[in-house]
Design a protein. Sequence first.
Length: 253
Amino acid sequence: MSIQKILSHVAASKALLGLPMRKVPSPPGAALAIFFILSLAAPTAWAANDDPLETVNRGTHEFNRVIDKLLFRPLAATYVTITPKFVRTGVNNFFSNLDDVRVGLNHLAQLELNDAANDFGRLLLNSTVGVGGLIDVADTVGLEKNREDFGKTLAHYGVDSGPYVVLPFFGPSTLRDAFGLGVDSLAEPLRQLDHVPSRNSLAGTEAVDYRSNLLLFDDLVIGDSYLFLKDAYLQQREYVVNGEYPDLAFEDF
């Protein structure tokens, strides 16, 4: 493979590592139930095998691939094709603004008060001056977007990631992050909407918006897609937990 192509893959991979953890509104019971079921597995087995749930994970991975191929990817591609860029930017900003609630609460849980002030300052400014979050005014005045989730909060307090797990619809995760996903969903502002059709429509729009941001990375998946996505996810989590990009193995590309 040429040096230019290698560098292209590396640049795109680093961009992928910078994306936030997948977040699609859902009842927290699902992720919490998966956490407690998986926690029954013997910890000694985890130590002996870095992927003790591989057989189940691969089955779930294939299920997710089919759903993505038949539903989410076509919807995301159509959305990008027919929706003007400025509209997509506004939609992305809107959901990013709602996400600052979760981010701010996790910073508070970690006693990162300056970051929490930044998060809630963004929320206040973008929700008012930014027309309900459609315009990211906060970024222009130095209040940068942070990425935070309860899985990282648990890591902050020394909780081990546990085994790798693939969740139905949600995709790559770990035992710790599966639990964190359920807790984070409790802070999801969309859950406060009493009008079910509006809540579901917004949740669906958020899922399509998220998937549309990943379309550029589809061509990066090479070889065994299960192993590729597993490694990409675990590297991404290593990055958000430790704040550093992991070393990229050039021979893998």
